[in-house]
Design a protein around this ligand. Structure first.
Ligand code: MN
Length: 326
């Protein structure tokens, strides 16, 4: 798989410039993957419509090159191809891709809405973060790219996507160990830096209000805690699971669009909940974009908030529970 990826990248770079596009959420995994991979060749350039808070803090400090794009960017004349990292479908990039340019998807989501033609390539591997795939690639084909800054970007993506290694597996821990081997920085100082979260008083207020509005219900065999929030839905949903919710859903509506952010505990996913598949099905049914991982997924639709919430609750209620797993 990685040899094929290398062949695709080499051929694309021989044809022209190759932007590496990140997910529009701009999280640490997608931005870290893009910048780290871009460091391996001059034809590659990391870009995307948004860079999240943590990624921005890290990139500013490192002076790492990342180009922020408008929704209708002017692409270079000679495009050799486009690489898209950490995105389960075209809408997740937040912009319209140019026609007739070969694409390469590097992703670790368990669902995919991409359609491929002959010149395209999909490098989708079961990993806990996309930065793991990038690390394996650089390790095999561009060791000299693994500078301290690149190691930090890859490690930060892995740390955040695994929820500080709570959702890691053996391979994810092996990636972390390999990244630290030969690194010229200390792990403990770096994790302290990554965990330093800046929350403004208004954000804290909005999250507390969202928690106060939360409903605790039974959806068929599952406990669900759900609420709506105006910001930081992922952190609210994560906090609800931390309180013991089997499944958490946080909705947000803006500009006629409703976004559902969902999280499930490990026991729930082992007993049959797969949020990524559920939200992908809902997206196909309701028209929209949805998908992700078994325990963390998102959905964006153009129906109103209550209708979207009801659709999710109904689908969860119909999801069978396999008590044999724990
Ligand atoms: Mn990811």
């Amino acid at each position: 798989m990685l040899t094929k990826l290398h062949e695709w990248i080499t051929a694309a770079c021989n044809r022209g410039a190759v932007p590496i596009l990140s997910h529009r959420n701009g999280d640490m995994d997608t931005i870290g993957s893009g910048i780290a991979l871009a460091s391996s060749r001059p034809e590659l350039m990391a870009c995307g419509v948004h860079i999240g808070r943590m990624a921005k803090r890290l990139c500013d400090e490192m002076k790492a090159p990342f180009r922020q794009l408008s929704q209708n960017p002017s692409w270079p004349d000679k495009l050799g191809g486009i690489i898209i990292v950490d995105s389960a479908g075209p809408a997740q990039t937040g912009l319209n891709l140019p026609e007739g340019v070969p694409i390469c998807i590097i992703d670790h989501h368990s669902t995919s809405d991409w359609e491929f033609s002959d010149d395209d390539f999909e490098c989708r591997l079961e990993r806990r973060s996309t930065t793991q795939i990038i690390h394996e690639y650089l390790n095999d084909f561009s060791q000299e790219s693994l500078t301290d800054n690149v190691r930090k970007l890859l490690l930060a993506g892995l740390i955040t996507d695994t929820g500080r290694f709570r959702h890691a597996d053996g391979q994810a821990l092996a990636t972390a160990a390999s990244l630290m081997e030969g690194a010229g920085f200390e792990y403990q100082s770096f994790i302290e830096y990554v965990e330093e979260r800046v929350t403004s008083p208004s954000e804290r207020g909005a999250m507390v209000k969202a928690m106060a509005r939360a409903n605790n219900i039974e959806a068929g065999p599952w406990n669900l805690v759900h609420t709506n929030a105006s910001t930081l839905e992922g952190r609210v949903a994560g906090a609800l699971v931390g309180l013991g919710a089997e499944v958490a859903m946080v909705s947000r509506s803006r500009d006629g669009k409703t976004r559902l952010t969902t999280r499930a505990s490990r026991v729930s996913t082992r007993q049959g909940v797969h949020l990524g598949e559920m939200l992908q099905n809902l997206a196909h049914e309701l028209g929209g974009e949805g998908g992700g991982h078994d325990g963390a997924a998102g959905l964006t639709v153009t129906i109103d908030r209550v209708a979207a919430e009801t659709a999710f609750i109904n689908l969860l209620a119909k999801t069978r529970r396999d008590e044999g797993e724990s």
